[in-house]
Design a protein around this ligand. Structure first.
Ligand code: ADP
Ligand code: MG
Length: 733
């Protein structure tokens, strides 16, 4: 094809152009259809083009009605022959339809779905999916899944997600997607442009974006779908990673950090004084952190580690490095209980360490650690605020109280935030702002809720990540059992279902107590209110005292107790004067009693995987073998899978993968990617490899071209998919 015209080759249609085109520009989209589309959040041609088929029907692979066997779950492509309805008892409606293919026919029945009569008019083609039953010698399906597919001749028929409310059918959407492609792709159109640099196309052996859109909407084979999907998944993940890497680099450019001394005497004295050797994972994490601290760019690092992996030590090392460099450090915990525990634990770890006094004539003074929570009295609070401002206090441990207006540090070098998932991004920023001067402190975020690596790359894509993937030596694995019995002892009838298992459990539990061990017992989770939760905990406590654990020393701990009472109870447990600590989830985080070897969780099916894993992490901390009993009856498949996962694994990272599989990425992404999540096709679980590839590609592109000046089409693409303000922030150099 030789063009005599001197005009440059048309650049093709980019996605921004399609984002500017309303769906009303398409044939047959009037106000009513546009409204239906809008109800599915499809307003532009780009929305439609990226509204991908949910699945495909391969005509050549469909079962034939004649071959369907009773009891089998099957999907068949059929034409509707007849449909009628009948009103039954209670005013409900039953719809009966007879559907057939060239091998025979089958009856389908719907209960209470009157609208099916309008949907299944004779002649319509549909794919039905359901279980084949035999009724009076005839095969039939009850309430099957129905996808109307329109009268198509292609071998592969795409089935689009649709909502019955929108009034649109899968084939409507297929038509419009086809029209967009027809008008964009040559010969009628200018072609869809491809923003990926050639070297990335080559590296991953990708088809072009245009081929990918055609392949996903109008495939000729399932292999074509797979290639199209691979390319489009990458594009989604790549956009996200580009944004994250740009953000990370932008922060690095705009902030001035404090370059610390990283091998000062304090840190060295601390690690040498420990009664045990650091695990190699701890060593590695500390080295990574120290490297960050030594750079003039502020650290933004996430420390992931399973319960008991020894994150506290790593955090303390980071804080001491700050003090070695002449600065202060702060640790912020999500609850008062946890802040107090950190304070007690960290103070014990630091016992005997000294720093040089600000007046060198005075020589050394003890390292000063203080606790700042809202429970402080006015005088103490005043004293501590003054100490932070003058720099007399080296380490501050606390709660949200640390980020209140009037808290000011002399020179805050390092900030550690524990249990990140409970704090918002804003609070992180607020703590950073507590610092005097221009320098931004180094931030280490710790989370004991491990998330899979690929998810971490996405959710925390603007942070560096260190992982403690190794437990200190000498831990005996916790044996977990699931007792399938009602978890609410207080309300359960005398004849408990699963009672023999429960009896066995109580026998095992009391045997441990008789051997001098201690027990945590977590009460049912009540979402409605703290008051109800407390009432339920009290009822459980009374019941246990009189029945299952009669004769043992029990104590009750819940969120409504005053702090003095809580402390007293915890102290009684710590010192071994209480055998069984009956508690609400107050004990979820941080409690550390080595002699406690049994964890009983009632109504375990109501807790999430991460929470159960956290709770279980309260035992197995000492020399004795530990066990965890999950009591509950899973009412859903997911609930069943959760409890089974807990029984099968004690590895937090492995459990996180299961959690991701069960809950999907929505929940994980939700916290940080709100409104910025265009992952329509990509899945953090299925596409793990692609996440890593996209991250690497984004790093390669951004490091070579920080403002994307040489990649205008990628820059344009970010503007299309991100908020404008966001894109502007990211791209300004
Ligand atoms: P995490 O916060 O990660 O759940 P902690 O920091 O509370 O874990 O540590 C759990 C326990 O393990 C603590 O009692 C701590 O003293 C101990 N510990 C930490 N690191 C080591 C190590 N390298 N060797 C032995 N014990 C360790
Ligand atoms: Mg901890």
């Amino acid at each position: 094809m030789v063009s005599t015209n001197a005009e440059p080759e048309a650049p093709g249609v980019d996605l921004g152009r399609l984002a500017d085109l309303s769906v009303t520009k398409l044939h047959g989209v009037g106000p009513k259809k546009a409204k239906g589309l809008a109800s599915m959040e499809l307003e532009t041609c780009l929305d439609l083009l990226t509204h991908y088929p949910r699945r495909y029907i391969d005509r050549s692979k469909q079962a034939r009605i004649a071959d369907l066997a009773e009891g089998e779950e099957a999907s068949v492509l059929v034409s509707v022959l007849t449909t009628n309805s009948r009103r039954v008892k209670g005013g409900k409606v039953m719809v009966f339809s007879t559907v057939g293919d060239d091998s025979g026919s089958i009856k389908i029945t719907f209960f209470n779905q009157a609208w099916r009569e309008r949907q299944l008019t004779p002649g319509r083609q549909a794919v039905i999916y359901g279980k084949v039953e035999l009724f009076r010698g005839q095969r039939q399906m009850t309430n099957p899944v129905v996808d109307l597919v329109g009268d198509k001749t292609a071998r592969i028929i795409p089935v689009y997600p649709q909502s019955s409310k929108s009034g649109l059918h899968s084939w409507d959407i297929a038509e419009w997607a086809a029209e967009i492609l027809r008008r964009s792709v040559p010969p009628a159109g200018r072609g869809i442009s491809d923003p990926l640099p050639d070297y990335l196309l080559d590296r991953h052996d990708f088809i072009t974006r245009e081929a990918a859109f055609v392949g996903i909407h109008q495939p000729e084979s399932m292999a074509e779908v797979a290639e199209a999907r691979r390319r489009l998944v990458f594009d989604e993940l790549f956009r996200l990673q580009l944004a994250l890497v740009l953000r990370k680099r932008a922060i690095e450019r705009t902030e001035t950090g404090l370059a610390h001394v990283i091998d000062g005497p304090l840190l060295a004295g601390f690690t040498e004084g420990l009664p045990f050797a650091l695990t190699s994972a701890q060593d590695k994490a500390i080295a990574e952190i120290c490297k960050d601290l030594a750079r003039p760019i502020p650290m933004h690092r996430l420390l992931q580690g399973d319960v008991g992996a020894g994150k506290t030590l790593v955090a303390v090392a980071a804080m001491l490095a700050a003090v070695d460099g002449g600065h202060q450090a702060a640790l912020m915990a999500p609850t008062e209980v946890l802040a107090e525990q950190h304070f007690a634990g960290i103070r014990a770890l630091l016992d005997g360490l000294t720093v040089e006094a600000s007046n060198s004539l005075l020589g050394e003074r003890p390292l000063k650690v203080e606790l700042l929570t809202s429970r402080l009295g006015t005088a103490d609070r005043k004293r501590i605020l003054a100490g932070l401002l003058t720099g007399d206090i080296d380490l501050a441990i606390g709660t949200h109280a640390l980020i209140q207006e009037n808290v000011m540090f002399s020179s805050l070098g390092t900030v550690v935030i524990d249990e990140q998932h409970r704090f918002g991004v804003e609070q992180r920023a607020a703590l950073r702002d507590r610092s005097y001067g221009d320098a931004t402190p180094d931030v280490l975020v710790m989370t004991a809720t491990p998330i899979p690596r690929t998810a971490a790359m996405t959710v925390y894509g603007d942070l560096d990540v260190s992982v403690l993937d190794e437990l200190p030596p000498g831990r005996t694995p916790i044996v977990t059992r699931w007792v399938r019995a009602p978890g609410d002892l207080a309300q359960a009838p005398e004849e408990l279902e699963g009672a023999t298992d429960l009896e066995a459990m109580w026998a095992a539990v009391t045997e441990q107590i008789d051997q001098g061990r201690q027990v945590y017992l977590v009460c049912p989770l009540i979402d409605e209110s703290e008051k109800l939760e407390v009432a339920s905990a009290e009822a459980t406590f009374d019941r246990l005292r009189q029945v299952e654990l009669d004769g043992y020393r029990l104590a009750l701990l819940h969120g409504r107790l005053g702090s003095a009472e809580k402390d007293e109870t915890m102290e009684l447990f710590r010192s071994g004067q209480v055998d069984v600590l009956v508690a609400t989830t107050v004990i979820e985080v941080g409690v550390d009693v080595a002699n406690a070897t049994v964890m009983v969780i009632l109504d375990a099916d109501r807790f999430g995987i991460a929470q159960l894993h956290q709770l279980r992490g309260r035992v197995g901390r000492g020399e004795h073998a530990s066990s965890c009993w999950l009591v509950g009856q899973a009412t859903t498949e997911d609930g069943e899978a959760r409890l089974e996962a807990l029984v099968a694994s004690t590895d937090g990272f492995e459990l996180a993968e299961v959690d991701l599989d069960l809950r999907g990425e929505g929940t994980i992404l939700g916290e940080r990617q709100k409104g910025r999540n265009d992952l329509k096709l990509a899945s953090l679980r299925r596409d793990r490899e692609a996440v890593g590839q996209a991250r690497q590609a984004a790093i390669d592109v951004v490091d070579a071209d920080p403002a994307l000046e040489a990649h205008p089409s990628l820059a344009r693409e970010l503007q299309v998919f991100l908020d404008e303000a966001d894109a502007e922030f990211l791209l300004k150099s």
